[in-house]
Design a protein around this ligand. Structure first.
Ligand code: FMN
Ligand code: ATP
Ligand code: MG
Length: 515
């Protein structure tokens, strides 16, 4: 049997449903690319890394299947005519270099070695050869994947070609499941604890795979495939992309407000409830009231609270508006796997990014809801790409989601909100998610005077104390009128109350409660 067939056979015989689905999708992309471009017009960018090793074998299988469809006769079954390009750098690991050369020899790759940088190398290559599409082993989660699709034209400023990313949606787990199921060779560094490989200057073994051995001073590492959390794949990359469990990329610090106790500055929050049932009046928005009280208790001004429909565009429009006018937006409702759960899609749309699978989040969901999910991926683990930060707390079974200055609360009742809020406040102390501000002071007075008698003096009072919130309301038409004063400066509130009393009989206003 042809070596090219073995990959396809190994996957078809495996009982890994998820891997099969990923494989089929990748093969589909490869076959469509080969149908679109002639074999001289495509190239494979290979660097000996695990992702490009997966792609090598997928391309071999995909090419074999494509050739079968084309009914080519009398061709060497081991023939692999796709031009393969390797950008060799002096700072590459020798193990990577030798694996790349060995793989080229074993699989009959026509290797073009390019020793200049990516851009000028590609410019020269595209001048010399009729290449129009290049296969890459880029995966979502890689810093360079943001905004890319399976077929993405090269960026502005780069020579024009199509980037074809057949394994864009593969996770760390999928990569290792494939390499181990197909029993193919991979670079030896991955057996020494390296989980993602850059240059010798920025790559070390992944500390999470370290085997502590007190009897020997030499550190040993487990193989890369034993890293159970794909989220920590880049923990061995030093400078640029070093990532921790909490922060995924430097851009994620957007919208984080410092922990300092802001004395006099004003921070505003908006709350968005997502739910047709709230708009229809069938369900009460209990969370809204409680959330606003909580925000108020930490000195935030809630500038707006809205309810929107379970509709991507309605959510997106509201999030876009509120995130640009408030310091922080809280959104709740519409989270989950149901057709009406569109909140995250709306948040993604508001920031013009797509929803992408998040391995870290998926792992948490798996621990809570188990492995069961009807499709080949957990739709609930799709999060806005490149802008999502997961907020972890030991009391939360699943972390909270923060996208720029939008916090997505998954609470559905009062008790759950209490828990999530307490965690947010604790996180504030450790990592500054929300700023705790000088709290508001509030005092309320009641009077039996009529509205007509109080209206003018009260509106004058508001002009005299523009820094305070002075509000009036009645619990019933004939009951007393309540005047409430809110502000951050107790002395100012006292002056305002004194000024109010001076305008009427001293006993006309009685204090009812204060905080
Ligand atoms: C074949 C190929 C095509 C690339 N096309 C683009 C591109 O269109 N736009 C771009 O910004 N970078 C492009 N890059 C560069 C990569 O996005 C990225 O900068 C590089 O792989 C990062 O490698 P590093 O981690 O070693 O810096 C390309 C790289 C290769 C190998
Ligand atoms: N020096 C290079 N020469 C050719 N292609 C490259 C080079 N560097 C990156 N690429 C392309 O970019 C893809 C993504 O690189 P990336 O480093 O994320 O993955 P990898 O090297 O295959 O695996 P790992 O994540 O373990 O390092 C590669 O699969 C390859 O297609
Ligand atoms: Mg690499």
């Amino acid at each position: 049997m042809s070596g090219l067939m073995e990959i396809d056979k190994a996957i078809r015989e495996s009982d890994d449903r998820w891997l099969k689905a990923k494989y089929n999708r990748a093969i589909y992309i490869i076959q469509r690319a080969l149908a679109l471009y002639s074999i001289e017009e495509v190239a494979f960018s290979f660097n000996g890394g695990k992702d490009s090793t997966v792609l090598l074998h997928l391309l071999r299988a995909g090419y074999f299947l494509h050739k079968g469809e084309q009914n080519y006769a009398n061709e060497d079954p081991e023939d692999f005519p796709i031009r393969t390009i390797y950008f060799e750098s002096p700072s590459a690991f020798p193990e990577i270099n030798s694996f790349t050369y060995d793989a080229a020899a074993s699989y009959g790759l026509q290797l073009d070695i390019i020793r200049s940088d990516f851009k000028s190398g590609l410019e020269a290559l595209l001048k010399a050869k009729p290449i129009r599409a290049i296969f890459l082993g880029v995966r979502i989660g890689d810093p360079t994947a943001v905004g890319q699709e399976q077929f993405s034209p090269s960026s502005v400023g780069w020579p024009p070609f199509m980037r074809v990313n057949p394994i864009l949606d593969w996770s760390y787990r999928d990569v290792w499941a494939f390499l181990l199921t197909c029993k193919v060779k991979y670079c030896s560094l991955y057996d020494q604890g390296y989980t993602s490989i850059g240059s010798v200057h920025d790559t070390v073994p992944n500390a999470l795979l370290c085997i502590r051995n007190s009897s020997s001073s030499k550190e040993k590492f487990r193989p890369a495939y034993l890293l159970s959390d794909g989220r920590l794949e880049r923990a061995g990359r030093i400078n640029k992309f070093s990532s921790s469990v909490c922060g995924k990329s430097p851009a994620l610090s957007n919208g984080v407000i410092s922990v300092d106790l802001h004395k006099n500055s004003l921070l505003t929050a908006s709350a968005i409830a997502v739910g047709d049932e709230i708009l229809l009046g069938t369900v009460e928005d209990q969370l809204g009231t409680s959330l606003r009280k909580k925000l108020h208790s930490i000195g935030w001004l809630v500038s707006q609270a809205t309810v929107v429909r379970n509709d991507v565009d309605s959510v997106a429009e509201e999030v876009e508006r509120k995130s640009s006018t408030s310091d922080m937006v809280f959104i709740y409702g519409g989270i989950g796997p149901l057709h009406s759960d569109v909140t995250l899609a709306g948040v993604a749309k508001a920031f013009a990014v797509r929803l992408a699978p998040d391995e870290e989040f998926e792992e948490y969901l798996r621990q809570v809801i188990g492995d069961y999910c009807p499709g080949d991926r957990n739709e609930m683990a799709l999060l806005p790409e490149g802008i999502t930060e997961l907020l972890h707390h030991e009391n939360l079974p699943v972390p909270l989601i923060k996208c720029k200055n939008v916090i997505v609360l998954t609470a559905t009742n009062f008790t759950e909100l209490e828990t999530q809020w307490d965690c947010l406040i604790e996180l504030t102390r450790s990592s500054g998610v929300l700023a705790v501000m000088e709290p508001y002071v509030s005092r309320s007075l009641a009077t039996n005077l009529s509205d007509v008698a109080t209206a003018k003096p009260l509106s004058k009072l508001c002009l005299e104390f523009p820094d305070l919130h002075i509000s009036c309301y009645r619990k019933s038409v004939h009951g007393p009128l309540v005047v409430s004063f809110k502000g951050k400066d107790r002395a100012r509130i006292e002056s305002a109350i004194e000024a109010l009393r001076k305008k009427f009989q001293p006993e006309a206003f009685l204090e009812i409660n204060s905080s």
